[in-house]
Design a protein around this ligand. Structure first.
Ligand code: MN
Length: 229
């Protein structure tokens, strides 16, 4: 089994002046690389054809994995999956005009309007204690989306493999400390300027609404191709 860190689909300085080039460079080249390298110590060999989604989905209640593999997957598998998504949740050409009609309906039903959604997401992000992530997930079982947070490199699918992460924000200090210092709230407020609403809409319309999970391709990108089996 091999895991590959995806290249960024934009330059390290492309998110300036919102997210700085030095942070993006270190975050992608050092932090993400460390997660991918950490995954190499996985001992399981029976799952060579498993996707990272297969390995992480329902991880917390998976009785078949060894404890050491579970720890590796929680830390480094989560780190690889989360960051691969994070790079695609951002784009230099960010516009709320890219929100699809179906995603706009989702926001209206679950949150009222986009401002209420952003406020709830930002509040939850600010409240994460220590290192973690804030997620906007779609739950196909109840056809509803909600905001949840995870500790460290946890991902919502580790609890429930059917959840689809529409959007996620890294609130580890390494994601903002160089530019924003201790001001996480200012980082969160600024981050909205680089959200890739086109990608969020595609994840919602093409995957979530069809009950399909986010699977990373072998190259580490979100696989949006139609499901052909
Ligand atoms: Mn990070």
């Amino acid at each position: 089994m091999s895991f590959k860190k995806p290249s960024l689909l934009y330059e390290y300085d492309a998110l300036e002046p919102y997210i700085d080039s030095e942070t993006m460079t270190l975050h992608h080249q050092k932090h993400h690389t460390a997660y991918v390298n950490g995954l190499c110590s996985l001992s399981l060999n029976s799952a060579t054809n498993s996707t990272l989604h297969d390995l992480l989905g329902g991880l917390y209640s998976n009785e078949e994995l060894s404890e050491s593999d579970k720890i590796i997957l929680t830390k480094f598998g989560g780190g690889h999956y989360n960051h691969s998504l994070f790079w695609e949740y951002m784009h230099p050409e960010s516009s709320e005009k890219s929100i699809s009609p179906m995603l706009m309906d989702r926001i209206a039903v679950d949150f009222g309007d986009i401002q209420s959604f952003k406020k709830q997401f930002a509040d939850a992000s600010a409240k994460v204690f220590g290192s973690g992530w804030c997620w906007w997930v779609y739950n196909p079982k109840i056809q509803k989306s909600e905001i949840i947070t995870t500790k460290d490199q946890g991902n919502p699918i580790m609890e429930d493999s059917s959840l689809v992460c529409l959007l996620g924000l890294d609130v580890w200090e390494h994601a903002y400390y160089l530019k924003f210092r201790n001001e996480r709230v200012r980082y969160i407020d600024t981050w909205w300027n680089v959200v890739n609403w086109e990608m969020v809409s595609r994840i919602h319309d093409e995957l979530a609404l069809n009950g399909r999970p986010i699977v990373l391709s072998n190259d580490g990108y979100i696989d949006l191709k139609p499901n052909i089996e």
